[in-house]
Design a protein around this ligand. Sequence first.
Ligand code: UDP
Length: 324
Amino acid sequence: MVVLVIGGAGYIGSHAARALKSAGHDVIIFDNLCTGYEFLAAGFELVKGDMLDASALARVLPRADAIMHFAAHAYVGESVSNPKKYFHNNVEGGLSLLNAALEAGVKNIIFSSTCAVYGEPAKVPIEENTPRQPVNPYGVSKLFFEQALEAYDRAYGFRYASLRYFNAAGADESGEIGELHEPETHLIPLALRAAAGLGPELQVFGSDYPTPDGTCVRDYIHVNDLASAHVKALEHLAAGKDSFAVNVGTGTGASVQEVISAVEEATGKQVPHKMVPRRVGDPPALVANPAKAQALLQWKATRGLHDVVATAWNWMERRREATR
Ligand code: UDP
């Protein structure tokens, strides 16, 4: 199939593009390069354009059989201080993409959703039928797109997969592509930088949570496991099966303290860190129940926290050498 990868020059999209290619699909990347990097799309056809530009989409969509949509702003804190930016890109941009797809008759779409659609769930591990009650504009923008897909399915026969990611982390084993955010706010890259002496000491946001060691628990899913879930989702829809939403996580939680230990083990260095107050809006624990993805797609994560941290470290080291 020919897959149009919107946001394919970004962190997760670039890994998905490679996974699609290895599975024998043709990839066209469409990216405005606002947070993506051209070198992450190396080896692929790259169309530079914005989702809000309907005519740019109309030029490329007729060549596509399916769409993977990764292009979104994804900082929770920024979405609280600047919701306009999030609704403009994630909602208005998303609708522009959906309407261009409708116009072009491309009806298979795989969407990067998030566990943030659940907000602060009453029960962990989280199942897909947990009420969707996002607690920040980022989560609201993703829920909006999920619901738009549901409506376009009912009205126009779209078929979609909403993949609700937990904490995407790690890097391709080649060390050629990986996570590159500006500014970086994510735990694993910040802990690695602190260990390498390339950044300030790590601040641990909260040590009084109702978790075994008092720090927040998250489900860190390796980006290549995420990428393989996309390929499985595409093939599921291509086989004519119904639309669906699934959690994409490992099912195992790790606390901030456990991540620090994993980083120390992978790097052989201490992570200088200090405990600071909780970050606003962080639920104590977010862990997937991934049973539905396993049953529906025969997919499950094959990499654990150790692989996540080791590949992220390899990528950081490679990148340091390349930019030296
Ligand atoms: N975290 C932390 N210090 C940091 C960044 C993150 O203690 O400098 C914690 C954060 O409170 C959360 C976990 O690490 O519990 C993962 O945060 P991240 O920002 O990586 O992802 P999020 O869960 O917000 O998507």
